[in-house]
Design a protein around this ligand. Sequence first.
Ligand SMILES: *Cc1c(COP(=O)(O)O)cnc(C)c1O
Length: 381
Amino acid sequence: MGIYEDLNVRTLINAKGPSTRVSGGYLAPEVLAAMAKAGSACVDMAELQAAASLTIADITGAEAGIVTSGAAAGLLVGTAACVAGLDPVKMARLPDTRGMKNEVVMIRSQRNFYDHAVRTVGVRIREVGLPDRFAGAGVRDAEGWEIAGAITDKTAAVVYVAGASSRPALEDVVRVAHQREVPVIVDAAAQLPPTSNLRAFIEAGADLVCFSGGKAIGGPQGSGILCGRRDLIMSAILQMLDLDIEWEQWWPPARLIDKDRLAGVPQHGIGRACKVGKETIVGLLVALKRFAAEGDENRRLRWHWMVSRLADWTGGEIVDGRVPKLVIKGTMEDCIALQQGEPAVQVDSAAAAQGMLFINPMCLREEDIEPLCARLKELGL
Ligand SMILES: *Cc1c(COP(=O)(O)O)cnc(C)c1O
C-alpha cells in the first residue's frame, strides 16, 4: 500500500461494506488491469458510451444504458432527461425550469438526501403519503391513488426508491404514472445482489433505473449505471458528454444518439459536471460482467466463508440476508475505538444503539481476517 504511505494517509480494514465515505471496496485484478489498458489509448467518448450501452442493455434487459459517475449522477442526468427530452433549448436552460415540466413526485417515506441530485436539475419535489407506519400510528404508506392525485401537467417524472420496505409495489406506481404518460425513475443504487435485480425494475416497467457501480458490482468507486428507455438515455448522455463540436463535424453513434431527432448540437449540459473518464467506463463494464457471471450462490458462499472464519474467532452470530453478516455485541464507543485504533477498522454501526455491531464481508479480503480478529479481541469484543 505504498501509494497511501507516500501520501501519509492511513489505510483501514473495511468491515462496513462498500460505503463511499470509506472509499468502497477493492477492485478485482481484472478490473484494475482493464482500467490501466483503457488509460493507454484515446477514443471518442460517445462511441465508448455506445459500446457500454450494448453491454448494459444485454445485462439489464433495458433498451439502452450509459455509465455514469455514480447512482446519484444517474438520478441527476435521468431527471434532466425527463425534464428536457430531446430539446437542446431546454437542455441549455437547466436548472432554470420555468415553463417546463418541473415537478417530480416522490413518496414521502422515500425522501432521502440523495434526492439532492434530483433537485439539482431545478425541479420541485411534490411529496405524497404520510408514512405513519414508521411512527407506529398506522399501517399503510402512500398508495397508487395518492400518486395519481399528485400528477399534473407539470409532472416530469415519478422517482421511486427501491427497497425491501418500499410501498406501493413498483408495478402499481408504473401503472398510475404511465396512465398519465409520466416516466418512472428508479433509484436502485444498493439493490444488488440479487443479480436478478439488474433486470427486475426494467421488467416491472421502470423507464430509467440507476445502480451504483462502486457497491456490490465491484466497479470503480466513482461509477454507476443508468439504463432504460432509448430516448431518455439519449437525452441523458447528451447532457453529460462534452459537445464542444460543430454540427457538420459531429457523427455520434446512431444507436445511442440519433442526430436526425435533434435541432442542433446541445452545449455542455447540466450533467457535464458528472463526467466519467474512459478508465471508469471500461472498469465498470468489466466489473459488471464479472458480477453477473459470478452468480448469487457463488457470491453468497464467498461472503459466508469470510464471516464463518470470523465467527470461529469471535464467537459472534451469523445473520443471513442478501449479504450474510456477523453480529457481535458492541457499542458506539467500541466503534469509535476501532476507528481510531491501529490498524483502523470500520464496522457497520447502524445498530450500535441496540448494543450490536455488524461485520460486513463485502469489502474484506482473506488477509484482513487475522488483524481484524486481533483488534476485536484487544477490545474484548
Ligand atoms: C448509495 C446510494 C446512492 C448513491 O450512489 P453513488 O453510486 O454513491 O452515487 C443513491 N441512492 C441510494 C438509495 C443509495 O444507497
